[in-house]
Design a protein around this ligand. Structure first.
Ligand code: SAH
Ligand code: SF4
Ligand code: F3S
Length: 525
């Protein structure tokens, strides 16, 4: 199948769910007329493939095509002149980085960015599907935007990101919010210029969600948020299929970027004066597995450690793929920071088994031990889910004891949220909400205690802080992060913003440190 045929087979084309073509002011008519269950049903049967575990798990090692020839179509290059865009970001760092790519595309089309919805000509909601509350927020915002769209029919409102990859969401938008102008998936971001053109000139809802993933598009423009810290994608997708998780369906299979493309991007960021980069992937430890090059994250990090950029982080690590080579490279330090975010999800081997995490409590502890031996000062942080189907009180207690045993310095904690299309959504969500909330509260109290204790150790110490800017709460105070990712607030001249400086810690709080400037020294790698 050639490229064009592949695209045709897998994409949802621009559709006109209303079949209202070009009546006068049909933008408004469309809002009033589309509500046909029958049409939507027919349309989806024909073109949309909902998440399907069996099928997704049969993913073959198809060739991943890397495209280096991206450019904005000529006719779209100045379409945004004197116009503004606003992108709302709801998801993880990968989602936020996608926002930077879309901002890059829109900027190259002549648009300017704005924070004011009333000023915007294009509004994109870059959504997240990880938990129900993430989706509820988006539907809330869609509701808020409707009056604005009625007032300004030329406004283009688009929904993209992980929710657009879900059939139920797309159905709901078609049925309940037909004023939305475009929906596009996570594999269609580079198509934004063409989709926008369609949305502007056709009166129909434009939709493009490729259910089949596979390609990597290089050389997309980016407008990064800030000039101090930058994100660099090293891989896309996830093949782990934890039973609760929607990501392998919304982001597709694991695809690694070529090492030289990543290294080139890191070099460019270093040359542009960035002080810190974070290598991104849903499961960065699987980096390289699909490349058939015997080249993994350890090898990549080793090469990146030679680049003149002071700080390198990476997220997110899956314990299963955290290999000895990576530990060896990380233990050499340099610009590779000794903070590892290593989501454990549960402290019970039985819960881990049904989550399909593919490690036991004991194996996780062994890995932690190995990491600590190689890097005694490493900070470990984690993610935990409480209230997974059938999680007993005893199993939850195992999570509490693991939290203490590892000594995590911080954790993102979540109440289990069933996601349609995932295996666990078919199991009874049988832990009552009060029990889930109580478990979360107890766990959070422990997380706070351990975070505060970790902070306490810094009192009186001098730490290196990468200064990011004014504190959000007080513009007279500057704020930045230590190598181990602790937030520090201190008074200093604004000239130190963007520099790595020595700060003496005067007071530890639960989630941050207060300090005073010692000296304005820029640390070179
Ligand atoms: N790839 C990363 C995490 C991605 S999602 C990893 O494997 O660790 C971020 C976190 O959201 C997960 O670590 C998990 O703790 C949480 N999460 C994912 N699906 C969830 C669900 N259905 N309900 C509650 N929390 C969930
Ligand atoms: Fe989701 Fe992470 Fe598991 Fe992948 S490894 S399925 S992203 S929790
Ligand atoms: Fe959310 Fe998608 Fe990230 S579901 S957490 S935005 S990969």
């Amino acid at each position: 199948m050639n490229e064009e045929q592949r695209k045709q087979a897998n994409q949802i084309k621009q559709v006109d769910p209303t079949d209202i073509k070009s009546d006068a002011d049909s933008n408004l008519e469309r809002i009033q007329h589309i509500d046909s269950d029958e049409l939507i049903g027919k349309y989806f049967q024909a073109t949309y493939e909902p998440p399907n575990l069996k099928k997704a798990k049969k993913r073959k090692r198809e060739d991943v095509k890397v495209h280096y020839d991206f450019s904005i179509p000529e006719e779209m290059k100045s379409i945004g002149k004197d116009k503004k865009f606003l992108i709302r970001t709801y998801g993880c760092q990968m989602n936020a980085h996608d926002t930077e790519v879309m901002a890059g595309l829109l900027t190259d089309m002549g648009y300017e960015s704005t924070d004011d919805t009333n000023e915007a000509d294009v509004i994109l909601l870059n959504t997240c599907a990880i938990r129900e509350n993430a989706e509820n927020k988006v539907f809330g915002e869609i509701g808020h935007l409707k009056p604005l769209k009625l007032e300004k029919p030329d406004l283009i409102v688009g929904v993209c990101g992980c929710m657009s990859q879900e059939e139920s969401v797309v159905n709901k938008i078609l049925k309940k919010h037909p004023f939305i102008d475009m929906i596009f998936g996570t594999h269609n971001i580079h198509r934004l210029p063409s989709l926008l053109k369609e949305a502007m000139f056709s009166k129909a809802m434009v939709m493009e969600v490729w259910s089949k993933e596979g390609d990597i598009i290089e050389n997309l423009p980016k407008v990064r948020k800030g000039k101090i810290k930058g994100w660099v994608n090293i891989m896309y997708g996830c093949d782990k299929f934890c039973t609760y998780c929607i990501v392998p369906y919304t982001r597709g299979k694991e695809r690694s970027r070529m090492p030289e493309d990543i290294i080139q991007e890191v070099r460019q960021l270093a040359a542009a004066g960035y002080k810190e980069i974070t290598l991104l992937g849903q499961n960065v430890n699987a980096y390289g597995k699909d490349l058939d090059m015997k080249y993994g994250l350890g090898d990549l990090m080793e090469e990146i450690s030679k680049i003149d950029i002071p700080r390198v982080r990476f997220t997110t690590s899956h314990p299963r793929d955290f290999d000895d080579r990576l530990i060896e490279v990380l233990s050499k330090g340099g610009n590779l920071l000794d903070h590892i975010h290593l989501p454990v999800q549960s402290g019970s081997s039985e819960v881990l088994r049904v989550m399909a995490r593919r490690y036991t409590r004991e194996e996780y502890l062994k890995l932690v031990d190995k990491i600590r031996k190689a890097m005694p000062n490493t900070t470990l942080t984690t993610d935990i889910i409480v209230g997974f189907p059938n999680e007993s009180d005893e199993q939850f207690e195992e999570t509490m004891t693991l939290m203490e045993e590892v000594g995590f310095e911080s954790a993102y904690t979540y109440i289990y949220s069933p996601r349609e299309g995932t295996p666990s959504a078919k199991w009874e969500d049988n832990i009552p909400m009060e029990v889930k909330k109580e478990r979360l509260q107890r766990l959070n109290a422990l997380v706070n205690k351990q975070s505060a204790e970790a902070m306490q150790k810094y009192e009186g110490q001098t730490v290196k802080v990468l200064v990011e800017g004014e504190s959000k709460k007080n513009p007279d105070v500057l704020s930045g992060y230590t190598e181990r990712n602790k937030m520090v607030n201190f008074k200093a001249p604004k000239s130190v913003i963007g520099k790595i400086i020595d700060v003496k810690i005067t007071k530890a709080k639960t989630w941050s440190l207060d300090g005073e400037l010692v000296k304005e020294a820029v640390e070179v790698n």
